[in-house]
Structure formats: structure tokens, C-alpha cells
Design a protein around this ligand. Structure first.
Ligand code: AR6
Length: 180
């Protein structure tokens, strides 16, 4: 088996352009779209994504913080979109760290269940939800590496960072967190 570290990489750019089995969306509980990466994914992916989100909402009534649901990728190069809801940062005493880790764990679990081997993540919660970027990068890398150690079916996890700061912080975390 390849080491966990060799199965993760960092790209700076737009997640809607990435060719993978699934991209992850930093959504909100309504699953009805929004700004940031959520808006970009719905714009690029087209109406089919929102249609599936509406069916999910009709079935389960939205998506709680930390959980994840999966839809088609519509017109995106990715086959699927995994929508997860990150925590809003309220200072760190409201289980924000645990909830952010759950976003990564539940998204990866859903990817495995849907036979996705390659998956791309944005820096969940680090935009309008104001999770501190360094803390978020630490949680993201640690959680993904832990998951990959136990789960061999995932071949590649790409952190697609929109801004340079997140790209650098994520790279640094990967270098620090050496698991063979
Ligand atoms: N590709 C990759 N990353 C992106 C892109 C993109 N095209 N666009 C933005 N980002 P945010 P949140 C980065 O605010 O903080 C939405 O309105 C961005 O630079 O999109 O989890 C939802 O509907 C940042 O690093 O998500 C929710 O209401 C990261 O994606 C709320 O925002 C996350 O920023 C969720 O807030």
C-alpha cells in the first residue's frame, strides 16, 4: 500500500475545474446554495445538483453541521458533489474543531460508500464561517491522514485551496504530519 502522505496533495485553484470522482462542497444546512465555493459549484454544475439537493431536503430536512450528503456532479468534471456543512466559528468553545473533523470524516465515508477513489476538498469553514485558517488546516490534514491510514480504497485526496494562504498552511501541515 502507498503511504498516506503520498495519497494527499495540495493544489491552488478552483475546485469546480478539478477532474476527480467527487468534489466536496462547503454548503449550509439548507442545501439550497449560497456564496463562496457553494455558489461556484452550483453555477458550474447546473440545475441537476440543486434538484437532487431538493429531493434530499424533502427526505431528511436539510443537512446538520458536520454531516454530509451526495449528489450528482451535473455539468462539472467531477462525477459527484459531496455537500458537507462546516461549523461557524464562535471562538472555539462550541465544538467547532470536532464538527470540522466530522465534515472531513463523513465526506470521506460517503466517498468510500459511493466507490469514489479520488476526492477534492476546499478549505471548509475558512471563508464566511471564519474558522481560523491555521487551525482548520491542522484539523483537515490530520483527519484526512488518519482516515487514509485505515481506508485503502481512496487513492488520492486533493486539497484545492482558493487562496495562497490556505495553500501554504495546508502544505506546511502535510510536511509536519509525517505518517508512513
Ligand atoms: N474553489 C475552491 N475553493 C473556493 C472556491 C472555489 N471555486 N471559492 C471559494 N473557495 P466559503 P464556508 C474557498 O465561504 O466558510 C456559503 O455561502 C474560500 O476561499 O465558500 O464553509 C455556503 O452556502 C474558502 O477558503 O465556505 C455557506 O452558507 C473556502 O472555500 C457558507 O458559505 C470556504 O469558504 C459556508 O462558509
Amino acid at each position: 500500500m502507498q503511504s498516506s502522505n503520498s495519497r494527499i496533495e495540495v493544489l491552488q485553484g478552483d475546485i469546480t475545474k478539478v477532474h476527480v470522482d467527487a468534489i466536496v462542497n462547503a454548503a449550509n444546512s439548507s442545501l439550497m446554495g449560497g456564496g463562496g465555493v457553494d455558489g461556484a459549484i452550483h453555477r458550474a454544475g447546473g440545475a441537476a445538483i440543486l434538484e437532487e439537493c431538493k429531493l434530499i431536503v424533502a427526505r431528511q430536512g436539510g443537512c446538520p453541521t458536520g454531516e454530509a450528503v451526495i449528489t450528482t456532479g451535473g455539468n462539472l468534471p467531477a462525477k459527484h458533489v459531496i455537500h458537507t456543512v462546516g461549523p461557524v466559528w464562535h471562538g472555539g468553545s462550541y465544538h467547532e474543531a470536532e464538527k470540522l473533523a466530522e465534515c472531513y470524516q463523513n465526506s470521506l465515508t460517503l466517498a468510500v460508500q459511493n466507490k469514489c477513489k479520488t476526492i477534492a476538498f476546499p478549505n471548509i469553514s475558512t471563508g464566511v464561517y471564519h474558522f481560523p485558517k491555521e487551525k482548520a488546516a491542522h484539523i483537515a490534514v490530520r483527519t484526512v491522514l488518519d482516515f487514509l491510514q485505515k481506508e485503502t480504497s481512496i487513492e488520492k485526496v486533493i486539497f484545492v485551496c482558493f487562496d495562497e494562504e490556505n495553500a501554504l498552511l495546508t502544505q506546511q501541515e502535510i510536511k509536519k504530519t509525517c505518517i508512513s
